[in-house]
Design a protein around this ligand. Structure first.
Ligand SMILES: *Cc1c(COP(=O)(O)O)cnc(C)c1O
Length: 354
């Protein structure tokens, strides 16, 4: 494995107030970089002071969005150590995204070592206030200075970090969601299963409209028949219906979330019947009308668990669990965050000490 060259920043930035952290605004002192050039492969892994990138305006990523990214966190444990959560899964998923976007795969061990080395160097930035963490954003961009539509011959892999505040300051707040039946974020055969910027670009309009109407996010339907539920905002979605847990089956247009997978592992261990299958909006609302929709929640790295309190579809709105968080959503949240922050035993080996 190639050595990671480290150039330290001359000055260290002052740390922000951990009680006032806003997501994604303040970045740490350093960033990780590695280049790819055709014929040379991935080379020159290095850590440098955090700084603007210099790119040609013709750079391919600006025009054709040949780009992929990841999102993960480093957590401060009660002993003062720093932990990652299933970091190998993020690196593997990054490479699955690369493959779909025709980006040469990263050497996985080196990419993981890059993440770990950067977080170790930025240790002082991992906050310790309850619920806070250091968000890690690895990404790869196409850097050929060329307007031809084809796979780039050069790429930049970069990792940046930002301290983030507690997602919930006053306990888990259920959100209002509505079924989006105009825009779609992804279709089968497209890039829905990857974390690429293009998926987000396609989803922004629906998110903005939802906010205007007083909803937090949208419930996405499949792009072909617009019947089947796929995700909620930028999270996976799970339902407790008549005692069973139901979640949309991964079909190519759904992002395989690591929080989703962790929820399913825990639920199966707890003895729940878990169904990964097609579920229509109609079935969901039928269940709600019959009083069988017991809980609904989104899952993702940012919020961990985001309970859904109100679901709207056209003119109809249903409340889930009286608009309050359900016991199972709360138990999943407590267990996952307990493991992530190193407060609870981790029989799965998910929590990785740095
Ligand atoms: C990142 C992401 C998720 C959640 O994935 P996690 O690995 O749990 O953070 C779900 N849906 C979309 C569209 C995403 O981009």
């Amino acid at each position: 494995m190639e050595n990671i060259q480290i150039t330290k920043a001359k000055e260290r930035k002052p740390l922000p107030d951990p009680a006032k952290l806003v997501f994604g605004k303040v970045f740490t002192d350093h960033m990780f970089l590695m280049n790819y050039d055709a014929g040379k492969g991935w080379h020159s892994p290095r850590i440098e002071p955090y700084a603007p990138l210099q790119l040609e305006p013709s750079c391919m990523v600006f025009h054709y969005a040949q780009e992929v990214f990841e999102g993960m966190k480093a957590y401060r444990d009660p002993e003062g150590g720093v932990r990652l959560f299933r970091p190998k899964d993020n690196v593997e998923r990054l490479n699955n995204s690369c493959e779909r976007l025709c980006i040469p795969k990263l050497p996985e061990e080196l990419a993981l070592e890059g993440i770990k080395t950067l977080v170790r160097l930025e240790e002082r930035w991992v906050p310790s206030l309850a619920g806070t963490s250091l968000y890690i954003r690895p990404f790869v961009i196409a850097t050929d200075a060329s307007l031809g539509v084809h796979a780039s011959h050069s790429y930049l892999f970069c990792i940046i970090c930002c301290p983030v505040g507690a997602y919930y300051k006053e306990g888990l707040q259920p959100v209002k969601i509505y079924v989006e039946d105009e825009d779609v974020r992804a279709v089968r055969g497209g890039t829905g299963f990857t974390k690429c910027g293009g998926n987000y670009a396609a989803s922004i309009r629906a998110g903005e409209r939802a906010e205007e109407k007083g909803f937090s996010q949208v419930l996405w339907l499949d792009g072909v028949e617009r019947k089947y539920i796929e995700e909620v905002g930028a999270m996976n979605v799970l339902f407790k219906i008549d005692g069973k847990v139901v979640t949309p089956k991964l079909n190519g247009s759904i992002l395989p979330g690591i929080t989703r997978r962790s929820c399913l592992d825990l639920l199966r261990d707890w003895g729940y019947v878990v169904e990964e299958r097609l579920i229509t909006a109609e079935e969901l609302f039928e269940a709600a009308r019959a009083g069988k929709l017991e809980e609904a929640w989104g899952s993702g790295t940012a919020a961990v668990i985001s309970p859904i309190g109100v679901l709207a579809w056209g003119d109809e709105a249903v409340r889930v669990n009286g608009g309050k968080i359900g016991d199972l959503s709360q138990k999943l949240y407590d267990t996952l965050t307990g493991i992530q922050w190193g407060r609870e035993a981790d029989p799965y080996g998910w929590s990785v000490k740095l």
